[in-house]
Design a protein around this ligand. Structure first.
Ligand code: PLP
Length: 542
């Protein structure tokens, strides 16, 4: 009997399919029937695997035809060289790489991607560019800035939209990702993309994990994401753009770290991703990533670590012998990491890396649309046109610095940060917040007679630009090469500013004190958000 029941199934299925096809034929004609049949066949057991094998063979064939003979081919695994590559050698490489890409633009052989001409106008653009790149390292190492600028200028009009057109750009991108992945202790399976900055890296990570969750857990329609309250607003932006919900875990007022038990309690059946910072931007505090990684493993959820700020600093600080809890790919729960090249990677503005533990995760980042009348369209990140200059600049920056250069720079910045933190803690009424581990920190007032915003206003009159922030009221300091020289004067002025406020009180009608005083009496953040949007509406007018 059982046998007989099974025997009928194919007939019933065929009948259903036949009825469906007739219906499709009535509505869409014969081509509709072909499409429907193709869809049906792909669903058959085994066919999916066949199609994948076929696609892989086509991709492999395409890759070897297009790239194998190419000298600009990226090496498989690349690490940041131990010693920085000599400037002369980097210049020679630049000439060779540019030559390898050919003269298709100059010869009028290319019909897309590059909209410029060489000549005096172009030279002026390059000059203006190098005046405004404002390399943070230029004081400490002008040769570094020079070679990075030379790379950016050489490739600034080249477009990484199509990786087949400029082989050098593909090499730069793949090798910068590989160097970053290695620095973050990832294995050879770690892949990634270079984006325009931390925000784009974060947008991509959020979209990737959302789309991956859609395919793994299709029942979730309102995905949420858990993060310590100190997480960067770029995640808020991503959640807003991509229709996800952020669930914030408050941070302790003293340690500025969230309670991991409380963090875990926020997880529900709609949670698709966990987040942590290494470190957070406002007070430069490292989140308890080791514990959050264990939570991620227990709940079988991915964990993105936002190392936009510390990605290119914490690894070198650790090499200096500072004890830093693990936060990178050494932790098994960590699935992706964002790290900004245009911060402590000392590359030009417009470069950040987003890395994934393996390519099956990254696939959810890519967007393909084959139906366009402009040809087959596929794009790795948010942007369409992607400036080649910053890829070249990032590649040159990492190779010119070398690990030794990064470690040396980290040592100088940490010495400066420690000197400033000690100095602040010695000024009565001021206090560094929490336990920042790298070259950044925040400080606040611990004395009701000393308004931190008042101190900031006095400092601004003395010519310093301070970064004031709320929750808690404090001043943020990212330590940069310029501060190696200015730290002593800054501390002297800070002490004077505190003395001045103690003696004269705070002028609450001006500057930060006025703005933040006003904000403290506004009953809702929504009103402040509206105010900020109106403000920008005015600011961005000629
Ligand atoms: C800077 C920063 C970002 C955003 O990066 P952008 O390059 O400004 O877009 C995100 N997270 C942290 C921790 C950062 O420091």
């Amino acid at each position: 009997m059982e046998c007989q029941a099974v025997f009928w199934i194919p007939y019933v299925v065929t009948a259903f399919v036949a009825v469906h096809l007739v219906d499709v034929f009535m509505r869409n004609g014969f081509s509709g029937v072909l499409k429907a049949l193709a869809k049906f066949i792909i669903c058959l057991p085994g066919v999916d695997r066949l199609v994948r094998a076929f696609t892989k063979r086509e991709v492999d064939g395409f890759m070897s035809n297009t790239f194998e003979k190419n000298t600009q081919k990226a090496a498989d695994v690349v690490t940041i060289p131990q010693k920085g590559i000599a400037i002369d050698e980097l210049r020679q490489e630049l000439v060779a790489l540019k030559a390898g890409d050919g003269t298709q633009v100059e010869d009028g052989r290319l019909f897309a991607y590059v909209y410029t001409t060489e000549g005096p106008r172009m030279e002026l653009q390059k000059e203006a560019f190098s005046m405004f790149t404002n390399m943070t390292l230029s004081d400490a190492n002008s040769e570094h800035a020079g070679i990075v600028n030379a790379y950016v200028e050489a490739f600034m009009h080249d477009n990484a939209l199509n990786p087949m057109v400029f082989p050098s750009l593909r090499k730069f991108e793949n090798e910068v990702v590989s160097m970053t992945a290695n620095m973050l202790n990832g294995d050879s399976k770690v892949v990634g993309s270079i984006t325009s900055g931390g925000t784009e890296s974060i947008l991509m990570a959020m979209k990737t994990h959302r789309d991956r969750a859609r395919s793994l857990k299709p029942k979730i329609t309102q995905p949420n994401v858990i993060a310590p309250a100190s997480i960067h607003p770029a995640f808020e932006k991503a959640a807003h753009y991509f229709n996800m919900t952020m669930k914030h875990v408050p941070v302790n007022k003293q340690t500025l770290i969230c309670d991991v038990a409380e963090y875990e309690k926020k997880i529900d059946s709609n949670t698709i991703l966990l987040l942590a910072s290494a470190p957070s931007y406002p007070q430069a505090i490292l989140d308890p990533v080791e514990e959050i990684s264990r939570v991620a493993e227990r709940h079988n959820l991915p964990l993105h670590v936002d190392a936009c700020f510390g990605g290119f600093m914490l690894p070198w600080v650790e090499k200096l012998g500072v004890k830093i809890p693990k936060w990178d790919f050494r932790l098994p729960g960590v699935t992706s990491i964002s790290a900004d090249l245009h911060k402590y990677g000392f590359a030009t503005k417009g470069a950040s890396a987003v890395c994934y533990r393996n390519s099956s995760i990254r696939k959810h980042q890519f967007f393909a649309f084959s139906g366009w009348s402009g040809g087959l369209f596929v794009s790795p990140t948010m942007a369409g046109t992607r400036p080649g200059g910053h890829l070249a600049g990032a590649w040159a920056a990492l190779r010119a610095m070398g690990q030794d250069g990064f470690i040396d720079m980290a040592r100088q910045l940490m010495d400066t940060a420690n000197k400033m933190k000690d100095g602040i803690n010695r000024i009565q009424g001021l206090q560094v917040l929490g336990k920042p581990l790298m070259s950044a920190f925040a400080f606040a007032s611990n004395d009701k007679d000393v308004s931190i915003f008042g101190v900031a206003d006095v400092m601004e009159k003395k010519g310093w630009k301070l970064e004031v922030q709320r929750n808690p009221d404090s001043v943020h300091c990212t330590i940069l090469p310029g501060h190696i020289k200015s730290a002593s004067q800054w501390l002297t002025d800070l002490k004077e500013a505190v003395d001045y406020i103690r003696a004269h009180g705070t002028d609450t009608k001006q500057g930060n004190s006025a703005i933040y005083g006003m904000l403290s009496v506004v009953p809702s953040d929504g009103i402040i958000d509206n105010f900020l949007v109106d403000l920008f509406d005015e600011i961005y007018k000629t």
